[in-house]
Design a protein around this ligand. Structure first.
Ligand SMILES: [Zn+2]
Length: 273
């Protein structure tokens, strides 16, 4: 696994972005859903003007897409010891003493949970590894099985996927913020969609054709980052509608079917099984 390079750009009020400079021609905000903590505008009431339904799919919507009572394939977690691991989020990326856990799921699937040594104690690292396991267990199995590990660090609120390495990284602050909002399942889902779908389909002809045919994005975040964020932002709606009809409001379900039918149809096939 080779880590992507880091690039600093000025974006809005000068924020650091984590971007894949080798395979994407366009620089994008790699830190996921960065501004969601302050809350979005909620559901957009403008209709018929090509305006996205929400600013973001997760924070600001108040939607509990994935419930704590949904089926969970997590079985157990083991602590393996301290090892050298690459954990982005704090420099240097290479951490010589990461706390390494291994979570086991149905079917024998194992996902590493690597907690940076800056957690300070095994007890605190264990606490945060445990916060992730049942969320990982709620992933669709085909997505779960694509994930190699999750890298966790102690520090400022961040989450970002690394599709090349088949992992995502997340901070303790982001984990606690999402838990407080009952949305950690949704963030884990979003990042894992990046890992499974981004390189396969993000710029594929099929997805681009569906985008063009629909002509509108479900969130502003997707619209601003169409090659990278459109699938994760759209997938959470489609996943919920396919597996839990009427969990979303009738207005939202209608909006999705009427406004983004081609992307719905594309993603529906993945989540039906
Ligand atoms: Zn994203």
């Amino acid at each position: 696994m080779k880590l992507n390079s880091y690039c600093s750009i000025f974006y809005l009020s000068i924020i650091l972005v984590f971007t894949n400079c080798t395979s994407d021609e366009k620089i994008f905000v790699r830190d996921d859903l960065k501004n969601q903590e302050n809350g979005g505008d909620g559901e957009n009431t403008n209709e018929g003007d090509n305006t996205p339904l929400f600013e973001f799919s997760v924070s600001g919507t108040g939607i509990d897409y994935i419930k704590s009572t949904d089926p969970d394939t997590f079985l157990s977690i083991d602590y393996l010891g301290q090892f050298e691991k690459e954990i982005p989020g704090v420099d240097p990326t290479l951490d010589s003493n990461a706390y390494v856990f291994e979570a086991t799921f149905t079917g024998g699937k194992k996902i590493g949970i690597w907690c940076r040594s800056n957690f300070g104690t095994l007890q605190r690292a264990t606490e945060y590894a445990n916060k992730l396991t049942d969320k990982l267990g709620k992933l669709p199995v085909f997505m779960r099985d694509e994930l190699n590990h999750v890298a966790v660090f102690s520090g400022e609120s961040r989450a970002s996927a690394e599709p090349d390495g088949k992992f995502f990284f997340i901070s303790d602050e982001r984990i606690d913020e999402r838990i407080a909002d009952n949305q950690l399942e949704e963030t884990v889902f979003h990042e894992t969609v990046h890992v499974y779908f981004e390189k396969r389909y993000g710029t594929s002809t099929a997805w681009k054709n569906a985008q063009n045919a629909d002509g509108i994005f479900v969130t502003e975040y997707a619209e601003d980052n169409p090659n990278v964020e459109d699938i994760p932002e759209t997938a959470i709606f489609v996943y919920t509608m396919v597996n839990y009809p009427r969990r979303l409001s009738q207005n939202i379900e209608n909006w999705v079917i009427e406004n983004i039918p081609n992307r719905y149809e594309f993603l529906e096939t993945f989540f039906e099984d």
